[in-house]
Design a protein around this ligand. Structure first.
Ligand SMILES: C[S@@+](CC[C@H](N)C(=O)[O-])C[C@H]1O[C@@H](n2cnc3c(N)ncnc32)[C@H](O)[C@@H]1O
Length: 207
């Protein structure tokens, strides 16, 4: 039985998080739909507005069961999309969606295993589990092609706690800030999150 109230405070170690998402994977899409999770659709609207050219190569970091991959395929049908996640069972569900070219088991808190550079990297609904956002932004920058993009969502409470504005300004030699959304509801129909926890969606361009 999945304890959903663990989500608001974080699940714990990478091992625990993997186990949690493995167990949740078969019902994840249904439950997120019930909670009115809109970050994938809102993020794809932002991409459509600022990045209307098909990016050749996309990496969906912490792709889970592929909810965002599905949206990416709708707006960029010709792109080659890879996905990565720590949860192997979520990746098997992602595979069934037939939107990803390659799927990697990968922990984004460790060194990246990716061998090539991408035109667009995405990380939606997952930064909560990252233990060092500055390091992650640097690692993502290393595998993003010049003038490529990174789109992410991040909880506003963690944004403030981590002083995320300063992290972005410290990395202004790597990333140009293209768009930061207003505060948006995250999981409006989840009783722990409802109108208390909000997110912002950011789009950065590699310098
Ligand atoms: C809320 S889900 C979001 C999944 C997908 N991006 C979406 O929008 O539906 C968070 C995802 O982060 C993944 N995750 C958590 N910790 C991770 C880590 N250390 N490395 C890679 N993925 C991780 C989980 O397995 C889960 O699939």
């Amino acid at each position: 039985m999945i304890k959903y109230n663990a989500l608001i405070n974080g699940i714990g170690t990478s091992v625990k998080t993997k186990k949690y998402y493995d167990e949740w994977s078969k019902d994840y899409d249904k439950v997120l739909n019930q909670w009115n999770y809109h970050a994938p659709k809102s993020s794809s609207k932002i991409l459509k507005k600022f990045l209307n050219k098909n990016p050749n190569e996309i990496l969906d970091l912490a792709c889970g069961t592929g909810l965002f991959g599905k949206e990416l395929k709708k707006i960029y049908p010709k792109s080659s999309i890879d996905g990565a996640d720590i949860s192997t069972k979520s990746l098997s569900h992602a595979k069934l969606k037939k939107v990803y070219k390659r799927l990697f088991v990968s922990d984004f808190n460790k060194n990246f295993i990716f061998k090539k550079k991408y035109n667009l990297i995405t990380c939606i609904g997952s930064l909560t589990y990252n233990n060092n956002p500055q390091k992650l932004l640097l690692k993502v920058s290393n595998i993003t092609k010049k003038s490529g993009f990174f789109i992410f969502s991040h909880r506003v409470d963690l944004w403030q706690k981590q002083n995320f504005d300063k992290i972005l300004s410290d990395l202004s030699n790597k990333w140009q800030n293209i768009f930061i959304s207003r505060k948006l509801l995250y999981l409006p129909k989840n009783k722990d999150f409802n109108n208390k926890i909000k997110i912002k969606i950011g789009l950065l361009k590699k310098i």
